[in-house]
Write a protein that binds this ligand. Sequence first.
Ligand SMILES: *Cc1c(COP(=O)(O)O)cnc(C)c1O
Length: 402
Amino acid sequence: MELPIPQNIIPLDSILPDEPLLMMGAGPVPIPARVAAANGIVINHLGDTMSQIIEQVKVMSRYVFQTQNGYILGVAGPGSAAMEMAIANIVLPGSKVLNICNGFFSSRLWEMSNRIGADTIKLQIDNANAASPALVEEYIITHKPDVVTIVQGETSNTVCNQQLPEIAKIAKHYGCLLIVDAVCTLSTMPLKMDEWGVDAVITGGQKGLSCIPGISLVGFSEQAWEHIQNRQDKLKHWCLDAKLADQFWNKNSYHYTAPVSGILAIHEALRLICIETLPLRFERHKRCSEALQAGIEAMGLTLHVESNSRLNSVVGINVPDGIESKQLLSQMSSRYRVEISGSFGPNIVRIGQMGEQCRAHNLFRTVHALGSCLNALGAKLNLPEGVASLEDTLGRANFNGE
Ligand SMILES: *Cc1c(COP(=O)(O)O)cnc(C)c1O
């Protein structure tokens, strides 16, 4: 007997809104047209065309990661797959790992280290603060870890470990391998893999790089690569085994069928970053995020994180008392077609400033939608003041976000 044919399946164009929502949340973010076009193409995963594209992806990634000889591997999967690839290949079962945890994603690195069977020490940094180098050093001296993990930007509560360069230096000084999650920050703010001495940089497609979700990159330092090559044990993760992925990424042969469309998309995302150049891209992100923050504060709202720990790539806003963030999000999306994010923990909403989100026209639309919907829900915000401040801050920088 055959199963019945599914009935009443609605075609996508009847499900999706006529006008796409403006994706201003914590990711995925809007993608440039060239990235979208590349994502619609399928080619032979092992042909000459593919190997030329892979070579370019590696060259451009090294620029974006700021590493001369780092080993770049792609992974078919979310940012979490890149996190797991870094952990699984660098952390040996039984080895000692210091996990610096500011929130949800950095704690995921701790969780993954535990699952590998590492002897983990969790350094929990609470209350939306950045990690302090002195405290990290104290933990390293006490616990003597082999590996340290940290997030550059903690998307979940919008904290930035602004002293990452100092922390990296300390980790190096004590001979630890350092894994940095840069999913939401890479290409939005400086990260210098070689200069800072980072051993593994993790990124995903759909945040800082302004690409699609489901394709991710990991960069390993020469020292990390040597460590991986010297491992005698067999990894439990077959798909994430860097030695096997090396077959495809460096030796032109087969590991698993690569996500060809995703790789073409990330090629275009990286190429657009190279055309823009990192310094100008960082400048655009900083200006736009600071103008957004100024606009939000000027209308009478408060930001979740103090400026010395604040992340620019994702901005956390305290929701005024008596207002449900769920209601706010649904109003913004139905009335103005603007999508922002809620949060897993604190009573905040989050606006992303990653890639295509950092454009003046998107900022005005988002600030207006936020203020207008909050007022409709009973807040007493000065929306014109917020918009004026956004305009003023962007203008003062003689910068239009384009
Ligand atoms: C989003 C995010 C991740 C996880 O990425 P997924 O693609 O959802 O698996 C990890 N770390 C940080 C900092 C992130 O922002």
